[in-house]
Ligand binder design. Structure first.
Ligand SMILES: *[C@@H]1O[C@H](CO)[C@@H](O)[C@H](O)[C@H]1NC(C)=O
Ligand SMILES: *[C@@H]1O[C@H](CO)[C@@H](O)[C@H](O)[C@H]1NC(C)=O
Ligand SMILES: *[C@@H]1O[C@H](CO)[C@@H](O)[C@H](O)[C@H]1NC(C)=O
Ligand SMILES: *[C@@H]1O[C@H](CO)[C@@H](O)[C@H](O)[C@H]1NC(C)=O
Ligand SMILES: *[C@@H]1O[C@H](CO)[C@@H](O)[C@H](O)[C@H]1NC(C)=O
Ligand SMILES: *[C@@H]1O[C@H](CO)[C@@H](O)[C@H](O)[C@H]1NC(C)=O
Length: 347
């Protein structure tokens, strides 16, 4: 007892050293910053926060994997949804704790690993010194020059997620086309099998593709405020969906904006398109999801085939038709569809 009291009262320099270091470390590693400049890089343990504390950018490892990325998520909503990833095609190792995101000598935003090798960069031409990177309350991560002109925007490089005010579509003149591309898996942010976007053909529809070209699902045509083929689309919110089809400009863009409600649309690594929203900034609720059932899959029963999700098998041929290839059909590949029964009248 006496000994403990003595220790407590005695001057112990190690306590002050400890105190000093914990203050220093908390300032240095747990800090939230509001911009990245050449003199203020972002290190592991630090996050970049938007002015209204809506979005946050930092290092993360999805699903406790060996991959580490720099990404953006909503600051206060759980489960955390990563809405954009910088180095999705070039993951850092989870053991690399010395990586940093900085403004490099040519004014670009650059992610370097612990050995100072470049992992990812914005790679644009920056005409002046003093550029800085900021995260806006819309979730747009921007690089701006010394007078505040935006030089680069993450909204121009969508990943698997569309945020309100981002555009998904194409510009026929420039040839620029934006699609959302799914992750490879829950723990691998690189480009996976599925993508979603607008098809250029009339009528305007949204497609989910496999490998960028094989149709997997389609939304049905756009009708003023919604896509006709999405029955689950909640009418309460459909007014927030927008299709801007400018025939003269050759542009077509889909976007959504839910008034004062945080939301995102994503294509999951399993190929599911979801629109999620958070009314009070607490948790995520589902607005719509597609495909909803096996019959939603594009052309699953092929020409002259009929799909009924409640039956097994789900595909049947129209009356008077039979499977085009009985062998494929019985193996479960029914996309080849059906053909008319040949009724031989004369023999
Ligand atoms: C970056 O943040 C610092 C404070 O940490 C501030 O002094 C500076 O003006 C900011 N720069 C820009 C471009 O926002
Ligand atoms: C940077 O951009 C230049 C010109 O557009 C291109 O040639 C180069 O391959 C790019 N570098 C990287 C690392 O993406
Ligand atoms: C940027 O700064 C460097 C040295 O700090 C200077 O040599 C260079 O001319 C500057 N570039 C511009 C475009 O102002
Ligand atoms: C996520 O992590 C868990 C536990 O390590 C693992 O079992 C699961 O397969 C992972 N999921 C994916 C999709 O990678
Ligand atoms: C997609 O591409 C992969 C790899 O090239 C291939 O194995 C797979 O069969 C393709 N799937 C479709 C539906 O095209
Ligand atoms: C864009 O081009 C495609 C194919 O070249 C065409 O089918 C489509 O109608 C064009 N869309 C617009 C909006 O001009």
């Amino acid at each position: 007892m006496g000994k403990r009291t003595e220790t407590f009262h005695a001057f112990n320099p190690s306590i002050f050293i400890l105190l000093f270091f914990s203050l220093f470390l908390s300032q240095h590693y747990c800090a939230q910053v509001h911009n990245i400049t050449s003199s203020q890089p972002l290190a592991e343990g630090q996050t970049l926060v938007s002015p209204g504390h809506i979005f946050e950018l930092g290092f993360f490892s999805p699903n406790n994997s060996a991959n580490k990325y720099v990404g953006i998520w909503h600051k206060t909503i759980f489960p955390r949804k990563v809405v954009w990833v910088a180095n999705r095609e070039n993951a850092l190792s989870v053991t690399d704790t010395l990586a940093s995101l900085t403004i490099n000598s040519n004014g670009n935003l650059e992610l370097v690993d612990g050995k100072q090798s470049s992992i990812w960069s914005t790679n644009i031409s920056v005409p002046s010194n003093g550029s800085a990177a900021l995260l806006l309350d819309s979730g747009n991560f921007v690089v701006q020059d010394d007078i505040g002109t935006q030089l680069w925007r993450s909204f121009d490089y969508p990943g698997d997620t569309l945020l309100p005010m981002m555009l998904l579509g194409f510009d026929n003149k420039s040839g620029k086309r934006d699609v959302l591309t799914a992750w490879k898996s829950e723990s691998d942010g690189s480009t996976g099998l599925f993508s979603v976007g607008l098809a250029p053909q009339i009528p305007t529809q949204m497609f989910i593709w496999i490998n960028g070209s094989t149709p997997y699902w389609r939304s049905g045509p756009w009708d003023k405020t919604k896509f006709l083929g999405i029955p689950g689309m909640n009418d309460e919110y459909v007014s927030g969906l927008n299709l801007d089809d400018n025939v003269q400009q050759g542009t077509k863009y889909f976007s959504f904006f839910l008034n004062r409600i945080l939301a995102y649309m994503e294509i999951s690594y399993k190929g599911t398109l979801k629109l999620m929203y958070s009314e009070h900034g607490e948790n995520w609720n589902l607005n719509f999801e597609a495909p909803m059932n096996p019959c939603d899959h594009y052309g699953i029963c092929g020409p002259f085939g009929v799909c009924k999700a409640s039956e097994s098998p789900i595909c049947k041929c129209l009356k008077g038709f039979k499977p085009k290839s009985q062998g494929e059909w019985s193996k479960g590949n029914r996309a080849g569809g059906c053909e008319e029964n040949q009724i031989v009248l004369w023999e």
